[in-house]
Design a protein around this ligand. Sequence first.
Ligand SMILES: [Zn+2]
Ligand SMILES: [Zn+2]
Length: 416
Amino acid sequence: MRVRIHRGTREIGGTCVELECDRKRILLDLGLPLNLPDLDGAKLPAVDGLEAGSDDLLAIVLSHGHRDHWGLVPKAHQSIPLVMGAATERVMEAAAKFVPDGVALRASHHLVSGQPLTLGPFKITPHLVDHSGFDAYALEVEAGGKRIFYSGDLRAHGRKGSLFERLLKNPPEAIDLMLMEGSSLGRLANDQRFPSEEVLEEQFLDRFKQTSGISLIACSAQNIDRVVTVYRAAKRAGRTLLIDAYAAEVLAATGYATIPKAEEGWSNVAVYIPQAQRVNLAKSGTASLVGKYRNLRVWPEQLKSRAGQLAMLFRGWMIRDLERADALSGARVIWSQWDGYLAEGAGARLKDECARLGLPFESIHTSGHASVPDLQRLAAAISPRRLIPIHTFGRDAFPDLFDNVALVDDGQWIDV
Ligand SMILES: [Zn+2]
Ligand SMILES: [Zn+2]
C-alpha cells in the first residue's frame, strides 16, 4: 500500500489523503481549504479519475461532516461512491434546506463504528470519536498486509470523551503508519488542556442565573455536544432552550434518543421561527416542514414576556426579530464558537451590534480538537512505526513531542 497526502501536511483545511493498493485507490476526506470560503475558486487535488470518474477510484470516505473534510466533494465526479456515517448523511440533508450553499451528499455505504467495511483490497474499520462535529470517525485501513490509522479530527474533553479513553485502552494493533491531526499545536501551550463541556455547562449555568432577560447563545447547531451543554445548563437554570427550525431539524436528524429535540417528551425545548427564515422557507416551498412544531412554538408577541425564561440558540441576524419584539431588555449574548470568527464577517458584525445595543458580550467555548497531552497519550497508545502530522499548522513541533515522526510534503507518495 502507498499513501499520499494531497493537502494537510502544513495546514488545517482541505484535508485529502489518497491510498493505493493493487492499482485500486480510495480517498480519505476531500475537504475545502480554509482560505477558500466557497467552491468557485477551489480546485480538486490531482487525483486520477477524481474529476472524470474512474473504476480504480473505489470511494471517497468522509471522516465527518465538517466542510474542511468534505467541501470539495460536489466537484468530484458523481459516479464515485461516497462513504460516511449515517447520521452525518442525515444531518447534512437536514442542514442543506437552510444553508445558502448547503449540499446533501448521498452515501453508498455507511460507516459503523467497529464494523469493518471492505472496498476492493481495503478493509476499513471506523472508530467513532469525540469531536465537535457529530458522528466523527477515526479510520483504520488495512491493505496489502499493511495497516494505517487516520485520526480524523478528535478530542478527549467533549461529551463523548469516554470514546477516546476506550480507544486508548483497546488501540488498533501493529499500525505501520499513523496520520494524526495536530490542530492544537501552536494554539495553546504544549502542557495546557482545554476545559471540558462539563466545565462549560457550569459557566453557562452561572451566566443564565445572572441574566434577567433573554440569554442568547451564538453557537453552531451542528455542534451537537455544545447544544447539549447549553440545553443542560438551561434546564438547570429553569430556562427553556429556544431553537429555530434549522436547529430543530438538525437535532431531529441526529437520530439519537439522548439528544434534546423539539418533540414531545422534551419539556424545555421550544421553537421560534425568525421572520427571515419564515420567508426563506416559503420561497423554497418547504414551509410545511415547520408544521410539526406548531405546539412548541414561541410566537413573536411572546418573546418579550417570556424573555427571562429563555436561552436561545441564535445567529447574529436574528437580533432583528428580538429588537422588533422589544425583547432585549436585560439580555446577554454569549459567543460559543472559535474566537477567530469574531475578527470579520458575521461574527464581527454581531459584536458591533451588541456594542451599539449595550448588550453584554462574552465568550464561553472549548476546542473541538485534542490538547497536546491528549495527542501524546493517543500516539503512545497506538505506537505506530511511523507518525505523520496532518491537519496542523504546527508540524515542526511534532518531532519533539511524539516518537517516530516523519515529515512529508503535500503530494508526495509514501510507501507504507
Ligand atoms: Zn472537524
Ligand atoms: Zn477538520
